[in-house]
Ligand binder design. Structure first.
Ligand code: SF4
Length: 417
């Protein structure tokens, strides 16, 4: 179990989050040159007129100016009555936070728009739907030491922080992140987690997540990666992050140069909507890809946000253009208060059917359901096999045309495959 409410905690953690460090000369020059997309720049000039382009492009400035309260949000958004009520509701346990940059991507007046629904609370998040749990994947019961979830045989999840630049209302770890449950990590806990990985030789893959690991300073991340990399049985390290789309200013040349020293390193990017694919996100991903880091996407299927073939297709195409390989389309986990976000499982299969064959295979993610109680991920695909005829299997193709035969003498009945 996690050691919630331990004496280790968020104040110490905060000091490691990179809000106050002196930037390197190289990063400063890169910031001053960095592009700001026109919509975001108009937002900056209107709502943060004192911020120079260099300020805006400094991730530390962005973190210092996160919008975390009704007062902050109402300065840049016309809040609906329902949003105000949800923000003020004493039942609200999950923190609110978004960077000024991310706020520039959401509609400032319309509370029904896609990205806005993912980061602004709604009354529905206070209701527990059927089958919903605070820890739907039973991560806490698969935690041998604080910060480690060991659910699959050969890989572990290493949760290194409870802090994110943007808090997603459907977050599977809302029980832990945003200051909930006093979960935080410091170097002593990291050492305990690293020691577990060292003494467990079946672990060949470490996924660093949280919270968002890239909120740490380059030095802290370098320290962490430098301790994981020499472990002989750790073949790959992955980082799960939303920062390239939520705080792309964090992907500095210095960060990319540091990360490339720790290959083989992969990054899983949490991205849900084409509106997140901006010039800034593109630059961030280019910097990471140029550092030789394979980039993979993870998209949560969300009702009223992206549960539409055209939106998912546009997102997958956009990801490929910024060198991110579409990887997972995830059914929203049954986290407490997420019923309003969850689609029927059939919707995900319908979306995959609308992509497969209709666009490049590279643009087709796997549709995944993460089974409750720690059952693990299963991939669901549309069923194209309609039966057997003698030695042939019979298929329907991607256009819905029936009757394609594939020779399969002695093969299994489709129902048994
Ligand atoms: S970025 Fe990830 S960990 Fe952070 S709130 Fe969103 S889903 Fe949760």
């Amino acid at each position: 179990m996690y050691h919630r409410g331990s004496s280790f905690g968020r104040p110490k953690l905060r000091s490691r989050v990179g809000t106050e460090c002196t930037p390197s000369e190289r990063d400063f020059r890169a910031r001053a040159r960095a592009e700001i997309n026109p919509v975001t720049d108009a937002f900056r000039r209107r709502y943060f007129p004192a911020a120079t382009a260099a300020d805006w492009n400094d991730y530390r400035w962005q973190l210092r100016h996160r919008l975390t309260s009704m007062r902050d949000l109402s300065r840049v958004l016309v809040l609906s009555t329902a949003e105000r009520a949800a923000l003020a509701d004493p039942q609200r346990a999950f923190a609110v936070g978004l960077t000024p940059y991310y706020a520039s991507l959401i509609d400032t007046t319309d509370a029904t728009t896609a990205l806005r629904k993912t980061v602004l609370p709604q009354a529905a998040e206070f209701r527990r739907g059927a089958g919903e749990r605070d820890d739907p994947l039973a991560e806490d019961t698969h935690s041998p030491v604080p910060g480690i979830v060991h659910r699959y045989p050969d890989r572990v999840l290493f949760l290194v922080t409870d802090y994110c630049p943007v808090y997603c209302r459907y977050c599977t770890r809302s029980r832990l992140v945003g200051g909930n449950a006093g979960f935080g990590m410091n170097r002593a806990q990291w050492l305990q987690a690293i020691a577990y990985i060292e003494r467990t030789p079946v672990i060949r893959d470490v996924l660093i997540s949280g919270g968002d690991p890239l909120v740490y300073t380059d030095d802290m991340l370098d320290w962490l990666l430098s301790r994981l990399r020499p472990i002989p049985h750790v073949e790959i390290i992955r980082i799960g992050t939303k920062i390239p789309v939520a705080l792309p200013q964090r992907i500095t040349p210095g960060l990319a140069a540091m990360l490339r020293r720790h290959h083989p390193l992969h990054i899983s990017l949490h991205v849900n909507h084409p509106a997140e694919i901006t010039a800034e996100a593109s630059s961030a991903c280019r910097r990471l890809a140029d550092a030789g880091i394979p980039l993979w996407s993870q998209t949560v299927l969300l009702r009223g946000v992206n549960d539409d073939i055209e939106i998912i297709r546009a997102l997958m195409h956009a990801l490929l253009t910024i060198r991110v390989r579409p990887y997972y389309l995830l059914q929203c986990d049954p986290i407490t208060g997420s019923q309003h976000f969850r689609t029927p499982v059939a919707k995900g299969i319908e979306i995959i059917r609308g992509l497969r064959g209709h666009t490049s295979g590279y643009a087709v993610p796997q549709f995944i359901v993460d089974l409750p109680e720690g059952g693990g991920k299963v991939s669901l695909v549309p069923d194209y096999c309609t039966g057997r005829s003698g030695d042939d299997l019979v298929f329907r193709n991607y256009e819905g045309v029936d009757g394609y035969r594939y020779p399969d003498p002695g093969g299994a009945d489709p129902g048994l495959m």
